[in-house]
Design a protein around this ligand. Structure first.
Ligand SMILES: [Zn+2]
Length: 382
């Protein structure tokens, strides 16, 4: 274990935004020159796998939770764009290529047939006009918007794709915290990134951060962007620190702002509550499901790679992740372009379709017919 001087810890915390940026992001660019990553889609070699991971196991112990259900037993995730210019930039893609792709993969909208109870809904006024998260003039939270609403914002930094908070955390002392659920979209976003970030919003963690991932992928920490520079920095504080102090200990990766924090095994950042020096990490749960290389939550082989390194089918010294084949060989991992069978299974397991509560029917029918009330009660208990 690497022990860090407390002064350093405090200094870093005060130098940053007290909350910090949205967590668990994909701040790597999926630029047109990376389009070879679509090979898998084009030649059909992407085969749906099974099993996906999340951070929801500690839902009763302060961790991220599933999004709650409304009175009709549906899970309606409301979202707002933080201002009109952001809506102009990403609304269509967010609705069609983010939400739309998830709903398509889930077999259509929430229903008994599709087997899920999930809906997404933009905040709008009585005339159907969008209501933004923040008032355009005062830049304060618009009180017409529920505090737990997912804020979709824009990050103008170059080479930034997107990031998002994980699961539902607006409860307890954070119940009325405005804008605690966030998704940032950046200049370099590209279609599959929105699906990945929505997976985080639903509660999913990175598949390659499962505890057992070393049996399925080779992680090359030294190829992560800025590894050398940051490791030198670590050694200033602890000269004998092994590379694993930075690569395998999440607290250190976060403190040193190392991109490798998105690869640490078994633990994930993902709770946006609190300040950066008091961040809670959560165990990545896999529930014994098979490892899913095809999950939309799995990084591809070039994710967060040091610029200039070569990574392709031959692994020319580069790559941050490689699939381990059963014969011991390695294989390039392409960008996942749609939710896998395992991702769909996770959503239907986490957000299953539930009939509206029978009590609503009972109240309505009771006005007209007491016999109907009795039958409604019977069906409710089945
Ligand atoms: Zn992510």
């Amino acid at each position: 274990m690497l022990l860090l001087p407390l002064l350093f810890l405090v200094g870093l915390a005060t130098a940053r935004d007290p909350r910090g940026p949205p967590l668990c992001g994909t701040p790597f660019a999926l630029t047109p020159e990376n389009l070879d990553i679509y090979d898998g889609l084009l030649n059909g070699s992407i085969t749906p796998g099974q099993g996906s991971s999340d951070l929801l196991f500690y839902r009763d112990k302060g961790g991220p939770r599933e999004w709650p259900r409304n009175k009709e037993n549906k899970v309606v995730i409301k979202y707002c764009f933080d201002e009109s210019s952001v809506r102009d930039k990403v609304e269509k893609q967010f609705r069609e290529q983010g939400i739309g792709e998830w709903i398509k993969a889930l077999g259509g909208k929430a229903s008994e047939e599709s087997g899920h109870g999930l809906e997404f809904e933009e905040t709008k006024d009585a005339d159907g006009k969008p209501v933004y998260c923040f008032d355009t003039t005062t830049h304060k939270w618009d009180d017409r918007v529920a505090s737990s609403t997912l804020v979709v914002s824009w990050n103008p930094s170059s080479h930034f794709a997107a990031s998002a908070s994980i699961g539902y955390v607006a409860y307890g002392e954070y119940e009325k915290e405005q804008g605690i659920h966030q998704m940032e979209v950046g200049e370099d976003w590209l279609y599959p990134v929105l699906i990945h970030e929505l997976g985080h919003v639903l509660g999913m963690a990175h598949e390659h951060q499962r505890e057992d991932r070393d049996n399925h992928v080779e992680y090359r920490c030294h190829n992560v962007q800025d590894f050398k520079k940051i490791y030198e920095e670590v050694k200033k504080y602890s000269p004998d620190a092994p590379e694993s102090a930075l690569c395998d200990i999440l607290a250190n990766a976060v403190l040193f702002r190392f991109r490798g924090q998105e690869f640490v095994k078994g633990l994930s950042v993902g709770d946006p509550r609190g300040t950066v020096d008091k961040r809670t990490f959560w165990t990545v749960m896999d529930y014994g499901e098979p490892y899913d290389h095809d999950s939309v939550m799995h990084y591809y082989s070039k994710a967060h790679m040091e610029p200039g390194l070569q990574c392709g089918k031959g692994f020319e010294g580069g790559c941050t992740l490689a699939k381990i084949l059963s014969d011991g060989g390695r294989e390039y991992i392409p960008v996942p372009v749609k939710p896998s069978a395992g991702d769909v299974k996770w959503v239907k397991w986490t957000y299953p379709w539930m009939d509206p509560p029978a009590i609503a029917n009972t109240t309505t029918t009771a006005i007209f017919n007491t016999t109907a009330t009795a039958s409604a009660s019977v069906s409710a208990s089945v």
